[in-house]
Design a binder for this molecule. Structure first.
Ligand SMILES: Cc1cc2nc3c(=O)[nH]c(=O)nc-3n(C[C@H](O)[C@H](O)[C@H](O)COP(=O)(O)OP(=O)(O)OC[C@H]3O[C@@H](n4cnc5c(N)ncnc54)[C@H](O)[C@@H]3O)c2cc1C
Length: 455
């Protein structure tokens, strides 16, 4: 008898956790497992700002999917561009651009999220995100290039614009990115005799009245104090009205001449979710507490792409925040529920009480709230790094990260510009491939044509 086909979409926190558990708990005879992934690694996103600032090398947070010969999951290199839940088929664009199809009996949807953008003129052309490894590596090169170019320029206005950096988004991603990169420029400028540190300006802006509200009033204020002490100008209740190649206009009317706009103002579910034509909540696919998708037989969804009921949060109708902490644990629940489905056993609901937040602001600056305990400074930094280090999946990744941290602590930052930049500066839309997806009607037409040619 043919083995049931399990297809997992997305090799992030949720997808990889699910696949590894399935491999451990199912015998090869019980199911065939495939994983569609555009890259051959799982990206440890929370440490991305440290790649941008050069504390960690890109390879250290790219955890290989193929490292161990124990793993038997078939990896399909590419991205799913449409799902037809009625026909039980995924349409895949492989990394060579070829469009293929894959039928499944059980589907696990974990494609994560993309940077959330708004209808702001010039945003997708001129802003840079912090969501992929390429973006972080690019941003590092770009920031160092601005120092080089400012140093080389004789034009006062150009120098000022190149030394002005704007980060939008006061959540943990934006705050960490601004803090880590400011620290980089602070150290780097000493190696540029023609530049004065006072010429460099960093701006962090957010529409919300507070930074990282999930930290609570006092820790949020502590983070704000650290940033302001470092000279970062934090503007709350403000966003971007217009973005251009050489300036950013804020909603309070200020026009900042600058060549660097970093956009980290939240995430939106992967556009893949819209191709299913099923119910969504704020763009995330609605799922049951058992993480199944209503009206789509055999489909589970989880992580940033799914609106998972937060049963432990205590608030009626709440959904889990898009964090790695939840995504990874949901991966385990989906694996268990999929195995229960195959074995005809009852499914269990996903319940996880949030463990708190850690925010690494570079050096010994940090704030964290593990299990509700507010920490700052060195203890917060130890908790933040200890948490991330222990969450890395492989010993090789753990060793790389620890070695990088020790090296950075002893030898300090380095300011190498690798020169990988393209002539036309790539922006948000160049990194996240958001225009590759089919519409629900196109997916159905595609699978109908498959059926016709098979018949
Ligand atoms: C800068 C930054 C800092 C963060 N810090 C923290 C933190 O400190 N703590 C925390 O808990 N969370 C943090 N997060 C959030 C956390 O990283 C996400 O919530 C988590 O990665 C979500 O896991 P996921 O598996 O749903 O998605 P991801 O981990 O993003 O994985 C999705 C995977 O799917 C792949 N994919 C996308 N589209 C397709 C497709 N069409 N077909 C096939 N594959 C596809 C992607 O390439 C990716 O590999 C941070 C995020 C960022 C960006």
């Amino acid at each position: 008898m043919a083995r049931p086909r399990i297809l997992v979409v997305g090799a992030g926190f949720a997808g990889v956790e699910c696949v590894r558990r399935l491999e451990r708990r199912l015998t090869p005879e019980e199911a065939e497992i495939s994983l569609v992934a555009p890259t051959s690694y799982q990206l440890y996103l929370p440490l991305l700002p440290q790649v941008a600032s050069g504390v960690l090398t890109p390879q250290s947070i790219a955890v290989s999917l193929r490292r161990s010969s124990r793993h038997r999951t078939r990896i399909v290199p590419g991205g799913v561009i449409g799902v037809d839940p009625e026909a039980k088929v995924c349409v895949i664009r492989t990394i060579t651009g070829e469009v293929t199809d894959r039928a499944y009996d059980h589907l696990v949807l974990a494609p994560g999220s993309i940077t959330r953008t708004f209808d702001i003129p010039g945003l997708t052309e001129h802003a840079r995100g912090m969501k992929t490894l390429a973006e972080a590596a690019y941003l590092r090169d770009h920031v160092i290039a601005q120092l080089d170019l400012a140093d080389a320029s004789q034009d006062e206005a150009e120098r000022a614009a190149r030394l002005c950096f704007v980060v939008v988004g006061g959540g943990y991603a934006g705050t960490e990115t601004a803090a880590c990169l400011q620290r980089l420029t602070h150290h780097a400028v000493k190696r540029y005799p023609r530049l004065d540190e006072r010429e460099i300006s960093w701006h962090l802006v957010d529409l919300a009245p507070r930074l990282m509200p999930e930290l609570g009033e006092s820790l949020g204020r502590a983070a704000l104090d650290i940033l302001r002490r470092r000279g970062i100008e934090v503007s709350l209740g403000v966003s971007v009205a217009k973005a251009g190649a050489e300036e950013v206009t804020l909603t309070d009317g200020r026009v900042l001449p600058c060549r660097t706009l970093i956009w980290t103002a939240g995430v939106a579910a992967s556009p893949l979710i819209a191709t299913l034509d099923k119910e969504t909540e704020r763009g995330r696919l609605v799922v049951t507490p058992q993480l199944t998708v209503p009206g789509a037989s055999g489909v589970f969804a989880l992580g940033d792409a799914a609106a998972v009921p937060d049963l432990a949060g205590g608030k009626e109708g709440a959904i889990c925040p898009p964090t790695a902490q939840h995504a990874q644990r949901q991966g385990r629940t989906v694996a268990d529920n999929l195995i229960a489905t195959l074995r005809g056993q009852p499914l269990r609901p996903y319940v996880h009480k949030d463990l708190g937040l850690v925010v690494d602001l570079g050096g010994t600056d940090a704030v964290s709230k593990p299990l509700g305990i507010p920490l700052r400074g060195l203890p917060a930094q130890a908790v933040a790094r200890g948490y991330h280090w222990s969450a890395l999946r492989t010993n090789v990744a753990k060793t790389r990260v620890m070695t990088n941290w020790l090296l950075n602590a002893m030898a300090g930052d380095d300011f190498v510009r690798t020169g990988f930049q393209r002539a036309r500066p790539p922006a948000l839309r160049d990194f996240e491939y958001t225009d590759t997806y089919l519409t629900p009607a196109e997916v159905r037409a595609h699978t109908a044509s498959l059926r016709a040619s098979a018949g």
